[in-house]
Design a protein around this ligand. Structure first.
Ligand code: CP3
Length: 346
């Protein structure tokens, strides 16, 4: 497994051919996923080990990507810890009781051995997945404290995260306790996946781009660092990713990541200028090219490879997740195209 192209790139040893996987590669873009999921809610499918394993493997089988990403969701740990949360189709995670006051934080369930024991279906699913994937590595993941806590505070998806940002400013101690709780929640979830066989982890801080650098450094970075610290003693690379977070790339690395995911708004060569030379990058094909001609798509793929060739390591990915209406054949063809390219060093 240590010889896999994913782990080589993430250690900063270039592999012979480009390495690629896609955020949200499992899920609604695949007909075999839609068939399997029929009659089971999203969150129920995540805690059924056989289903979670099968859904994780589906895109690897179909597209020949170089890694699996564990099928779960950033709110699965909250559900396992006992919070009322569901994923409303077409909407996203919705919590029964938004967390907005000190009393709400006091009432959060403790994250003790009971929670660890309740992660058993996750360990079992990861074990099944790793056995099924064979030599293809599995990436474990969790949601970062800001992104998960913002769903908890808002009660559901939000465009500007205003309530969350207001809470951070008006009741910093309440925010800090909530973020620390989520760091423990996500950190233990990450650790469980690695101990069960995941070869790398990704911490998603999808909505952190809503924050200024000052707010990030003072109120979020310590909590993301606490989440990542749960796996820092384990021999796995730690990828960290945010959307619209070019201004946070360096401080997010400072939270304890070993590689940085970059969205499609920032060119990889510009990202490399913001990071130490030995930090591998991941990204960042614009998902919009999945809906263009092959000519446009392959030109974008070549440009991303060229920009990534200057990095110490580069894992090709999209700049954000696979949209549900993407044509799966387009993804399969993109993977073959990428695998046919050499990794030209700059
Ligand atoms: O293939 C993979 O990437 C693994 C599975 C995965 C899911 N969610 C499955 C899922 C991963 C890594 C996530 C992470 C996640 N979940 C993030 C961070 C990544 C990102 O996209 O920025 C966030 C912000 C969430 C929260 C969330 N969950 C949203 C916004 C949604 C979409 C709601 C909708 O219906 O449009 C979900 C639901 C979700 N998570 C689905 C899947 C496959 C779709 C639900 C379904 O299939 O019924």
């Amino acid at each position: 497994m240590g010889d896999s192209s994913l782990l080589r790139e993430l250690r900063g040893e270039r592999a012979d051919t480009p390495t690629v996987w896609f955020m949200r590669q499992a899920g609604r873009s695949l007909p075999e996923y839609r068939t399997l999921r029929e009659g089971t809610t999203m969150l129920d499918s995540c805690v059924r080990p056989d289903m979670a394993a099968e859904i994780t493997v589906q895109p690897v089988r179909r597209h020949q990507v170089d890694a699996g990403i564990f099928f779960s969701d950033i709110v699965v740990p909250a559900r396992i810890a006992g919070l009322g949360v569901e994923i409303k189709p077409g909407v996203g995670p919705v919590f029964d009781h938004p967390i907005r006051t000190e009393a709400d934080v006091d009432a959060l369930p403790p994250l003790d051995d009971v929670y660890d024991a309740a992660l058993a279906p996750i360990r079992e699913a990861v074990g099944l997945t790793v056995a099924e994937l064979g030599t293809t590595p599995l990436i474990g993941f969790a949601g970062a404290p800001f992104t998960v806590a913002s769903y908890m505070v808002e009660g559901g998806p939000s465009r500007d995260h205003l309530r969350t940002r207001a809470l951070m400013r008006s009741q910093p101690e309440v925010w800090a306790r909530l973020a620390a709780w989520v760091a423990e929640l996500s950190g233990r979830f990450l650790r469980a996946q690695v101990l069960a066989g995941a070869s790398a982890v990704q911490l998603f801080d999808s909505w952190v781009g809503a924050l200024s650098e000052d707010m990030y450094v003072s109120s979020v970075q310590p909590h993301s660092a606490a989440a990542l610290a749960h796996v820092a003693d384990l021999p796995v690379p730690r990828i960290h990713f945010g959307v619209g977070a070019a201004h946070l790339l360096a401080p997010m690395l400072g939270a304890g990541a070993t590689a940085m995911g970059v969205d499609h708004r920032l060119r990889l060569d510009q990202a490399l200028d913001l990071l130490p030379a030995d930090i591998p990058v991941q990204g960042n094909i614009d998902p919009a090219v999945l809906f263009t001609s092959e000519e446009v798509r392959f030109a974008e793929a070549r440009a991303v490879l060229a920009a990534g060739s200057a990095a110490s390591g580069h894992v090709v990915n999209l700049g954000h997740g696979v949209p549900p209406d993407a044509d799966p054949q387009v993804l399969t063809d993109l993977v073959s195209f990428l695998h046919e390219q050499g990794t030209a060093r700059a």
